[in-house]
Write a protein that binds this ligand. Sequence first.
Ligand code: SF4
Ligand code: SF4
Length: 385
Amino acid sequence: MFQVALYGTGEGGILMRRIIEEAYNEVAGRHQGDRMSVAAWVTDREGSSSVMDGLAVLDIERFRALYSKGLFHGIILPREEFFGMAQPIIRLLHSGVDVRDIYVSKRVTTTEFKEGELLSFFEPYLSAKYLPYLEFHVADHCNLRCKACEHYSGLVTEPHVPEFSCFAKDMQRLQSFIDDIGMIRILGGEPLLNPDINDYMTLTRELYPYAVICVVTNGLRLLEMPEDFFRTMREQRVHVHLSAYPPMRERIPAMEAKLREEGILCITSPVSETFQMNQSLDAAKNSDYFYKCFQSRCHNFYEGKLAICPLPFMTKYFNAYFKQCLPEDGQIDLYDGSLTTEELKIRLLTPLERCRYCRNPVPVEWKQIRKQSVLSDWIEEGKKQ
Ligand code: SF4
Ligand code: SF4
């Protein structure tokens, strides 16, 4: 018997248990495959210790302790629970779980499974053509220019948008490695500065029909957007994430009302009074910051390449503006003929040289860049210069 834990205590996990116990095991038995025994739930909530539906709920640390004693052979992440910026995999790996013991389920799109579908329903994470999260820029520049912007948008001196036909070809290429994504965020910079944004939403939905897709905007242009923008959002089931900053405070209710009227789901973040500054000009000697870095789950797709986070692509703006040479490693070329899905996934789980220049974040007051930017807008030690 193959003893597994299921990640998540929501409906996705509960459904997966039913599929294993009521359908998968019978088919696996008939085909001389291993039956599975679901022995626990695993949750991201530290210190969690309870019981649900007769099974223990373990946090990742307690799961690892039992796994290292051989009490579990693997952990399954149901796609319905494992999407967006949740990144249990990095935590599991950091705690000592072997990546080959991590599995992801297929999406549940039917109630009547064929035998073949069931037998391949649980895939090793590394070979599954699935990513829980992807983001891409449709504009590198921004109309707000916040200091310490994680995408260096305030340092983009000329408007920069992708060429849509190249983007479409690159996205098709990405689809050959990754054919399902949990959540896709269309952002920038400020995405509403791209006049072709409707085309990006339509293409993304066409290639990734099951993804949660949202446009992340500061909203400054939202009320001026033409009717076809809102219609495309509705038709392509795209919602809005309003990242709220102090200059927009008064306008948020009007933006939310407009989106409600247009039938578009909107999530508004609390107004950011502070930003997190986490960059340095000096490389840390021994750093495991990657494993706790919030951005290490923000896989970014840019000009036919993929990276763990936006920094491998966006550091070019910092380097050019301040004549620095921070590393720009970690750009995975999707046109490299030897690349496989497994190699791509391994690289997305491996820290970069660039990571050595990131630190524990320090909160700083949110401010806009006025005309020329200075180093202290981006790095703590810049304040001393
Ligand atoms: S609004 Fe967002 S993208 Fe624009 S500068 Fe601020 S943090 Fe960066
Ligand atoms: S470079 Fe590494 S540590 Fe820095 S933000 Fe990206 S993933 Fe995190």
